[in-house]
Design a protein. Structure first.
Length: 750
């Protein structure tokens, strides 16, 4: 039913009652009066909870989960829905509480995770009806990597023979990901796939010749969809389409969902898509209880289909609406900065002003730190200043490294290396988080794949000498670049069999420079590769099995680069190259396994080339890597984090100090170049036929920057450091909108 007489509670926080997340759990129920606590602990109540980030919404959602379990609700009757798996940590921590009993069976899923589960269960019911050519065979769910591989399988002949996308100058991996983005956005907003090209063409205001590119986009996505249906392949878009259009309308499926999951907890609803909002608006009316969390100032996943405006309508399906008016984490001075930047960007900041009016004269200048006028003309000088300030916070003020995050619009290899090396030189533990980074760019993955090529000479994939140098340097502990080059020069013989010769044949000064101990470790690795070739002369072993054996039998052992205790000791305590290598190895093995499983379901693909060859070729093309869950349990509190700003926002972490790198860069304001798709034109509310003009572009960029700044401010407790350099990495002068907004704010408060 729709609740016309909805009860709305505005939950006010006592003045001065703002706390860190360390004390948050002990105080979250203090902000509720007895009547509100009784509602939270009611078995059958439907609540829509909204408020700014850090105001206690997720903590109360976790408390709601605890209550349901304490009341003896069947764990199979509870469903927690999240926009991404990274946000599940507090719920899993709650389930590990021994006082709750056997609570491990609670389903904590994303929307696509729920779709996959239901598709597997009801596949016989809809396989044929949904248009799949082989309904009696099981479905194959594609990862980001395998979806790009099959898209490339479709697109490559069109590019090479028919000159598709001739005027587009982007990397192949980005071209493929944008084609898949069109499929995903169509599925998540409910737009027919046949309308995608027409929407993009009608909104285009550039050169008329570019419109034919959108026709090519439409042709590619249609061919890819037909290929998937012909081979039972379900990429992300087809999973959502099959679930929403073919499964969910079935009475048997609705009966299963409504009768099994009688208690819903939905967190970060604003980051979900209109299709999910449609489904939930009906589901909530059938369940016994619902606790829906809406984060104001959210909606950062617009590029992935998030629609915060669509999410608000679910408040009408709940009998009670709780409005948290104030944050528990962000200090008034930090929020004052967000308010002033909002004024500079001509954004509506009234909701922040409402919070600031009742405080004692907030002033963002107390928490904003910047280098002197002449300190940072060049980019390396800015990084030096950032490293010095981080060292000062840790050494002099006793700040935990895990309470410091360094943010940039993008984190490339050069920035990562330059900053982390500066921190390591100061014995400061540091790590980076770059989701969806290509596996080929990871030294550990490149090492393992090079060794895989050396172990399979019949594949005729001779690795370049430089790759062998890097592989040996990564694999053998204690082997630096110079000695790795020298060793490769004397043992790598790509025109002989075997390709690697024995170190025992190396004599004289060369042997002494490499050192016998390093040579013996190399010899063990070489003999292992030779033994593998003798036991599997035709390379019958699956590539993921080979990679697992390579890691388990050699690389993770004493004397090799993946071994935790004997890897070269890092300069910074808590920073372990071996642990990073092991993490990447696990990702590579899982990626290879999923790739092999997908290939096995497509007849004929494995005949022309071995799956291992195809996998290595895919990784070498730097196709986007699937996102793997990082282990935050041990690292989050021990190391400074370097991450892209949007990626940090989506982890929903709160820290004491933030460093905003290169605020003069246009990267904080500009959208990613996407010539084959458009995140706003493919939204449900976009008027078909309306052109996308410069005013639309400017307003969306301003709004995106404002939302980013507000989101970061809500997740900062004590201070923000802005890194400024007059010249960027390429040596060009820069004065971006974020820097101008901060300068305008400073002029207003003088």
């Amino acid at each position: 039913m729709w609740f016309c007489n909805q009860v709305v509670y505005t939950i006010e926080l006592r003045v001065g009652h703002y706390c860190s997340m360390a004390t948050f759990e002990a105080t979250e129920l203090d902000i509720l009066n007895p009547e509100q606590q009784a509602l939270l602990w009611s078995p059958r109540v439907k609540m829509f909870v909204q408020g700014p980030p850090g105001s206690g919404k997720t903590t109360l959602a976790v408390e709601r989960l605890r209550y349901l379990l304490r009341q003896g609700m069947p764990t199979t009757a509870i469903l927690v829905l999240l926009p991404q798996r990274l946000l599940a940590t507090p719920y899993y921590q709650a389930l590990r509480d021994p006082t709750l009993g056997p609570a491990g069976a609670v389903d904590i899923l994303t929307f696509d995770g729920l779709a996959r589960r239901v598709i597997r269960l009801f596949w016989p019911l809809i396989g044929e009806r949904a248009g799949f050519a082989h309904p009696t065979r099981p479905p194959v769910f594609l990862t980001v990597e395998t979806a790009q591989y099959f898209m490339d399988h479709i697109v490559a002949p069109l590019i090479e023979r028919e000159r598709y996308f001739e005027g587009i100058t982007i990397e192949r991996s980005r071209l493929l990901s944008q084609l898949l983005d069109n499929l995903n956005k169509a599925a998540l907003t409910g737009i027919p796939l046949s309308e995608v090209a027409e929407r993009l063409k009608s909104a285009w205001t550039g050169e008329a010749a570019h419109r034919r590119v959108f026709d090519q986009v439409g042709e590619c996505v249609q061919r890819f969809r037909s290929y998937c249906l012909a081979h039972n392949l379900l990429d992300f878009s087809l999973q959502i389409h099959t679930f929403v259009q073919h499964l969910y309308p079935q009475p048997a499926v609705q009966a299963y969902l409504f009768e099994r999951y009688r208690h819903l907890i939905v967190d970060n609803l604003e980051e979900e898509t209109p299709i999910m909002h449609d489904l939930l608006s009906e589901w909530v009316r059938h369940c016994e209880s619902a606790f829906i969390v809406y984060d104001e100032s959210g909606g950062h996943r617009i590029f992935l289909g998030a629609d915060p405006h669509s999410a608000v309508r679910l408040s009408d399906t709940c009998a009670y609406r709780w409005e948290f008016s104030r944050p528990l984490v962000a200090s008034p001075d930090v929020l004052h900065l967000a308010y002033q930047i909002g004024l500079s960007l001509n954004r509506d900041s009234a909701h922040i002003l409402h919070w600031l009016d009742e405080t004692a004269a907030p002033d963002f200048r107390r928490i904003l730190h910047a280098p002197g006028d002449q300190e940072c003309r060049f980019h390396p000088q800015m990084l030096d200043w950032v490293a010095e300030q981080i060292e000062c916070l840790i050494r002099r003020e006793g700040v935990s490294p895990g309470e410091i995050v360094v943010l940039a619009p993008f984190v490339d290899d050069a920035l990562r290396f330059s900053l982390l090396e500066r921190l390591v030189a100061r014995a400061i533990p540091a790590r980076s988080h770059r989701p969806s980074r290509a596996l080929w760019d990871e030294p550990a993955a490149r090492c393992m794949l090079t060794l895989t090529q050396l172990a399979h000479p019949h594949w005729q994939m001779q690795p370049p000498k430089f790759d062998v140098i890097l592989a040996l340097m990564q694999a053998v502990a204690g082997l630096d670049l110079v000695r790795a080059w020298l060793l490769t020069e004397v043992v790598y013989r790509p025109h002989q069999t075997p390709w690697l010769s024995s170190f025992r044949n190396v004599q004289g000064d060369t042997r002494e420079r490499i050192t016998p101990s390093v040579g013996e470790r190399y010899e063990v690795l070489r003999e292992w590769l030779l033994n593998y070739q003798h036991t599997c002369p035709a390379g019958e072993e699956m590539v993921d099995h080979f990679l697992g054996r390579l890691f388990g039998e050699v690389l993770s052992h004493h004397g090799y680069g993946f071994h935790h205790y004997v890897a070269i000791p890092p300069a910074a305590p808590g920073t372990s190259h071996a642990l990073d290598n092991a993490r990447v190895a696990a990702q590579l093995i899982e990626s290879a396994r999923k790739f092999r499983q997908a290939l096995e379901m497509v007849p004929g693909l494995s005949d022309a080339l071995p799956p291992g060859v195809r996998f290595i070729q895919m990784v070498q093309r730097r196709l986007l890597a699937a996102t793997y869950l990082p282990d935050e349990r041990d690292t989050s509190k021990k190391a400074v984090l370097l991450a892209p700003a949007y990626s940090f926002l989506m982890t929903n972490r709160f820290v004491d100090y933030q460093f905003w790198l290169d605020v003069s860069s246009m990267g904080w304001w500009e959208r990613i170049y996407q010539p084959l798709t458009h995140p706003y034109v493919l939204r449900r509310e976009w008027e078909v036929g309306r052109p996308w003009n410069d005013e639309d572009e400017f307003n969306t960029r301003q709004e995106a920057l404002y939302r980013l700044v507000v989101g970061l401010a809500y997740r900062c407790r004590r201070g923000i450091y802005i890194g400024i350099s007059d010249l960027n990495e390429q040596g060009y002068e820069q004065r971006g909108p974020l820097l101008r907004a901060i300068q305008s704010a400073l002029r207003r408060v003088r």
